[in-house]
Write a protein that binds this ligand. Sequence first.
Ligand SMILES: O=C(O)CCC(=O)C(=O)O
Length: 343
Amino acid sequence: MRSRIRQHRATRRPAIRDGGLVLSPHWQLWIAENLLRGVAPEVLIAGLVEDGVPALRASREVHTVAASGALAAGHALARRARQLELVAAIDREVRALSASPRDVPRIAPPSADELFETYLCTSTPVLITGLMTDWPALARWSPAYFKERLGDVAVVVTSGRESDLDYDRNYTRHLETTTMARFADRVAASGETNDFYMVSNNRNLEASALLPLLDDVVIPTDYLDPDRLQGCVSLWFGPKGTLTPLHHDTTSVLFCQIYGKKSFRLLPPQETSLLVGARDYYASTADLREGAPVKEIVVSAGEALFLPVGWWHEVRSLEPSISLSFTNFRRPNRFDWYKPGSP
Ligand SMILES: O=C(O)CCC(=O)C(=O)O
């Protein structure tokens, strides 16, 4: 039973005032949290006594917290949290029954119905091979091609990322305007680095100057609505070594790799409670408990990863890389309210 008690180190010993015991707020929180976790009052009283609080006083404190209105309100929320934890646990156990729980299935292009019914509606990531065989971009795109075709175009990139641990969340502090020629040269000349990267948030495809690039792309119109490209397609261009930290989006994404390779680490939305350090849309793989059901996959040029909304993903480029990501699905795809990392 004691193992269910969350151990708090008291910052100071309980203080005695006016002849009555008034425990520090730290201790009161300890009592309240453990009562909400279902620990019996007697166990908490015994814990306090063990720490030197006289038995009568310990009993009075525990029973006062137990009878408080705030705790009654907390009980309903704690019950709801326990239900959600159980839902996550059953989901985890059922997924673990899969013959290869860590794998992302690799399939030939599914019909739109199959993509939406089998993968979107069950929240299952899937790697689609052969979707892009007729894209001219596959044969053409490279840093040299971008320089030659669009060298004079002004682009926005992120730079100076390595001096900031929180570079992705703080991307507005790292904006730099350059030309496509200068950026392509930088990518071609650099070795492995995470210091500069053209990312989705740079919104370069929202300016008309880069739109001719989309002439090299054959939009899979069964899945995506070609009339809703504006604001729904993003360009990622950078050297080997870029790292997009663990985060989730509020849309599903069709991630198309055109040049180079990237590795993905994926964690289902149901496992968000494993990411104790999650803030806003971001978390860190350093937060991941050992044994967390992370899926890993390498996406090579010509392959597309369908990532259902809410899945946490961390993305590392294994080579100089160019990718496009699309969100204009022919199914509702705005889940802006989904913010499990909010305080
Ligand atoms: O390619 C990357 O670095 C990140 C891609 C990503 O996070 C996305 O498309 O949602």
